[in-house]
Ligand binder design. Sequence first.
Ligand SMILES: Cc1cc2nc3c(=O)[nH]c(=O)nc-3n(C[C@H](O)[C@H](O)[C@H](O)COP(=O)(O)OP(=O)(O)OC[C@H]3O[C@@H](n4cnc5c(N)ncnc54)[C@H](O)[C@@H]3O)c2cc1C
Length: 357
Amino acid sequence: MNVGDAFKKIIIVRETASPWYTEEGVLIMSIYDFLLDRNSLEYQKSRARRGIPTGRTDCVKQNGRRNPMSRYDIAIIGTGPAGLEAALTAKARNKNILLIGSADLSAKVTKAHTIQNYLGLSNVSGREMQEAFLKQIESAGIKITDEQAKNIYAMGDYFVIQTGEIDSMVEAETLILATGLSQTKGLPGEDQFLGKGVSYCATCDAALFRGKKTAVIGYAPREENEADFLSELASEVLYFPQYAGEVRTAPTVKVIREKPVGILGDLSARTLETDGGEYEVDGIFILRDNIAPDKLVPGLELDAGHVKVTPQMETNIPGCFAAGDITGPPYQYIKAAGQGNVAALAAVNYLAAKRKE
Ligand SMILES: Cc1cc2nc3c(=O)[nH]c(=O)nc-3n(C[C@H](O)[C@H](O)[C@H](O)COP(=O)(O)OP(=O)(O)OC[C@H]3O[C@@H](n4cnc5c(N)ncnc54)[C@H](O)[C@@H]3O)c2cc1C
């Protein structure tokens, strides 16, 4: 089957099979995934097709955190100085925004001992800076959606953002990436098998592993919930915590305190290698705080590990902007905030130009 035929087949499956993750659907989709380059627009569209009624956001929670039945003007990912300043500027320009990130803001803010070089806040601790930032965004009426963006798909003239929550797909016309520095070096084999047995989001992809054996590598205690959720569908879940302290997973989850060192496979991932042995599995979930930007947004161009931007904070993807440490050194609060401001204004101009077309 060539790519074109596979594409037609998917559309047929989507029209006849419901829900999309029936055994038949899963099989077709995974063959299709093997056939396509993950960075291609077709791949991104196929991923989005699996769960999104295009143009509608009625899958979005209606608990006040998100605006149902609409597409956001600007989605901002990250709640460090870059993301917060982007949100303040976009809000001041009266845009309909979605700010996704930790409600506690950035660990790089809270963990700083004393900050001496941020204009307007002299000799403050990280906690004091956090308080000042929170006060300002609250008074501007900005709400933080306390989630992590797991996958983002560029759909041509809009973006689909998927978080780890069930039914959590949202659309935005523009995107500002402000996720900070990605210091995590992937495991050997991780890149090769991403989308082919390796996933960054259990909630998003668990259905593909119904009745299968899976491994979950969790870099923070909150990932225990993801392992528990997966254990409701998978035949077996091996959980590899990469942090100290007690692990509280469901009794059906097998906890293994070993360090993953690589992923092996053929057409898809088959084996998780650790410092203690090898585990034959059908799927591997790697759940860490910081997803490399080009994995979060397939097709994003990097330069020496940083997102390549123009002076207007434009990336190579139209409508996608980036700001802060993610764009490279110097790594400084005020520079991150300044770039957040530029990115927001560039997004506002982009929207204005688009609406005149
Ligand atoms: C200990 C320490 C002290 C420092 N002291 C100073 C100083 O005195 N002066 C100075 O100028 N700079 C200092 N820095 C540097 C400064 O912290 C950074 O330059 C600045 O925080 C960068 O801001 P940012 O918004 O780009 O990224 P970050 O502050 O790193 O914020 C990024 C945010 O995005 C979140 N995120 C990541 N991925 C996702 C995702 N997929 N979905 C949702 N959210 C996501 C992260 O959790 C984080 O909250 C210090 C850094 C450290 C670590």
